[in-house]
Ligand binder design. Structure first.
Ligand code: CP
Ligand code: NVA
Length: 301
């Protein structure tokens, strides 16, 4: 049976620690990267737009000696032109891994049930595990480790927040999440993360959440697929913008993280994201380093 990565908590504590070690080692010594995908293809399927995930995915595959094939939303039309299962069976006959960005997380589960090659979640309505891997690498590099470091996630309790919560739980990173009422992290996610041993706190007030943290993380208020709710959401999230006042409340050394794309003036001010404490470009670059280690891990079976 092949391994998949639909959410971070499919990895054990030891596997995630090992993956982060590999990311760090290969980043420092790219000549050590094995060509585990030599002569093999990887399908990168997108139902939604992407800049970082597509480009980091393609370059990760190339770095492992493989050939990436990116499939844009209009080219396959999952469950319209053909079922998710038939798409997966077709792609599995050419490729070693299928990685997909979908609206509905269950599409990934159906693909995983239909084929015996790794399925990787490149973002769904529930999770963004590849983002969390890059985030953990970034925090590890910039704070010298993960265990006992403290991050405040200020904003929507969405797919990015959920995967970060699992990543934090598995690595000993302390996470405090501040969201407007009605937009909190799902109870199921919080319970699952706490069952892994995660120190996750939920507080409403963002100023209380950021006290003493090493980093403040935010994401868009309106995720892809939620555009019809944009106005209601913008209203609800007033007060959850990461600005200089919030950064100052966290302390002078706190860094700023964002998965991107960013909306300056909504979830973050230009002064913060373009300022000296922002680590967002380091974080974006790590999308490739983390995905390369993940694809190699999945090829090992
Ligand atoms: N953070 C992220 O996944 O970016 P893209 O949507 O551009 O891939
Ligand atoms: N939460 C955002 C993340 C984008 C990378 C979304 O789902 O659109």
């Amino acid at each position: 049976m092949s391994r998949n990565l639909l959410e971070v908590d499919e990895l054990s504590h030891a596997e995630l620690a090992g993956l982060i070690d590999t990311m760090i080692a290969w980043k420092a010594a790219p000549e050590q990267i094995p060509a585990v995908l030599a002569g093999r293809g990887v399908a990168l399927v997108f139902e939604k737009p992407s800049a970082r995930t597509r480009n980091s995915g393609e370059m990760a595959v190339v770095g492992l000696g493989g050939h990436p094939v990116t499939i844009r939303p209009d080219e396959i039309s999952i469950d319209t032109r053909e079922s998710a299962e038939d798409v997966a069976r077709t792609l599995a006959s050419f490729h070693a891994i299928i990685a997909a960005r979908v609206f509905d997380h269950t599409v990934l589960e159906r693909m995983a049930a239909a084929v015996d090659i790794p399925i990787v979640n490149l973002l769904s309505d529930r999770a963004h595990p590849c983002q969390a891997l890059a985030d953990l690498l970034t925090i590890h590099e910039l704070l010298g480790g993960l265990e006992g470091r403290r991050v405040a996630y200020v904003g929507d309790g969405n797919n990015v927040a959920a995967s970060l919560a699992f990543g934090a739980a598995l690595t000993g990173l302390e996470l405090v999440v501040s969201s407007p009422p009605g937009y909190e992290l799902d109870d199921i996610v919080v319970d699952r993360a706490r069952n892994l041993g995660g120190a996750i706190e939920l507080v409403t007030d963002p100023f209380e959440a950021v006290k003493g943290v090493d980093a403040i993380y935010t994401d868009t208020w309106v995720s892809m697929g939620e555009e019809a709710e944009a106005e209601i959401r913008r209203e609800a999230f007033q007060g959850w913008c990461v600005d200089d006042a919030l950064m100052n409340a966290a302390g002078p050394d706190a860094m700023f993280l964002h998965c991107l794309p960013a909306h300056r003036g909504d979830e973050v001010t230009a002064a913060v994201i373009d300022g000296p404490r922002s680590a967002v470009w380091h974080q974006a670059a790590n999308r490739m380093h983390s995905k390369r280690a993940l694809f190699a891990f999945l090829m090992e079976g």
